[in-house]
Design a protein around this ligand. Structure first.
Ligand code: ATP
Ligand code: MG
Length: 318
């Protein structure tokens, strides 16, 4: 995809520019400054701050099913927290490197210090930290294509499942409030490293056919990691993504997921939105690309819920 030099206009698109398929409710666009835009303005321009967690919260974003919104949720939740005053880090543990790109980090430059060098112990995690150009509270440890070989290289390494946890321990006395680890769509050693490094798991689930397919396998793996490698591990958060309010199916899936996961499922649901899918093409999160859009507002709402649930998360961990 070609990346334009200039970010697109933040003015809401005209009706004709909006795909009817993905935007069933077009009322938001009838008034240029609609309710969503007003709320965005409140959030972004009145210095609204979320409370800092009493202890740093580290989330692994996992679902071995591909394309369910892991990366989109990692970068947009991180940007939403950062814009509300919390210092946030995204560790890109997927060789595809989509999280790094969405955060505006150029990962193709040769010699970019990345999560690969951190995992194999060549450099400390601090040396791979990059600040996002869009927010000074938002950081990323980027992934380069080198990471594709890490699954195999790690197999023969000492403490192969603990390497990310050891690297993160180095940040112990840093002032990061939130860390999100974006996993690849597999249950290999990269995902295991992420599950060992974090007390909290966030599972994004796409409101589509077979939404829960593979989830029981993921839960078994989480259980195994908890039993043998990380007793503090807990699924604390489930986020429904790509919700299309026009379809009965989306509601049925949401109901089924809520039955299965109970109150771990955030009340906020992320709608399917063209804007959300466009943002990474401009090396931006939706929070920067179109802060008044429904997608941005839903990620801001989800981030607030996560911050407010911090207390529950900590109780569950202990
Ligand atoms: P992978 O398993 O390949 O890592 P993933 O689980 O990280 O995928 P994403 O890359 O976040 O999933 O999303 C998959 C695709 O869906 C991307 O093209 C993304 O832009 C698009 N997408 C994600 N969320 C939304 C949304 N709310 N509305 C519309 N498109 C979305
Ligand atoms: Mg991804």
């Amino acid at each position: 995809m070609t990346t334009p030099q200039q970010p697109p206009s933040r003015v809401s698109p005209k009706r004709a520019d909006v795909s009817r398929e993905t935007w069933p409710d077009l009322t938001e666009f009838d008034t240029p400054i609609g309710a969503a835009a007003e709320r965005a303005t409140q959030v972004l321009h009145t210095n609204r701050r979320l409370p800092r967690p009493t202890r740093r919260r580290v989330f692994t974003i996992a679902n071995q099913k591909g394309g369910v919104g892991k990366t989109t949720s990692a970068v947009n939740l991180a940007a939403a927290l950062a814009v509300q005053g919390l210092k946030t880090l995204v560790i890109d543990l997927d060789p595809q490197g989509n999280a790094s790109t969405a955060l505006g980090i150029d990962r193709r430059q040769s010699g970019t210090p990345s999560s690969y060098e951190v995992l194999i112990g060549e450099i400390p995690l601090r040396a791979a930290l990059r600040q996002s150009p869009h927010n000074k509270l938002l950081y990323c440890v980027p992934a380069t294509i080198d990471l594709a070989g890490a699954e195999i290289e790690l197999v023969s390494m000492v403490a192969r499942e603990n390497r990310l946890r050891s690297a993160l321990a180095e940040l112990e006395d840093s002032d990061f409030d939130y860390v999100f680890i974006d996993c690849p769509p597999s249950l290999g050693l990269l995902t295991i490293n992420a599950l060992v490094a974090a007390p909290e798991v966030l599972i994004p689930i796409q409101c589509e056919y077979y939404a829960l397919e593979g989830v029981s396998q993921l839960m078994n793996n989480i259980e195994m990691v908890r039993a043998h490698l990380n007793p503090h591990l807990n699924v604390t958060t489930v986020l429904l993504t790509m919700y299309d309010g026009r379809t009965k199916l989306a509601d049925q899936v949401a109901e089924e997921v809520r039955r299965y996961f109970g109150d771990k499922v955030l009340r906020t649901v992320i709608p399917r939105s063209v804007k959300v899918s466009e943002a990474p093409g401009y090396s931006m999160t939706i929070i920067d690309y179109d802060p008044g859009s429904r997608g941005a507002m839903s990620y801001l709402d989800a981030s607030r819920e996560i911050a407010e649930r911090g207390v529950i998360g900590k109780e569950q961990q202990s």
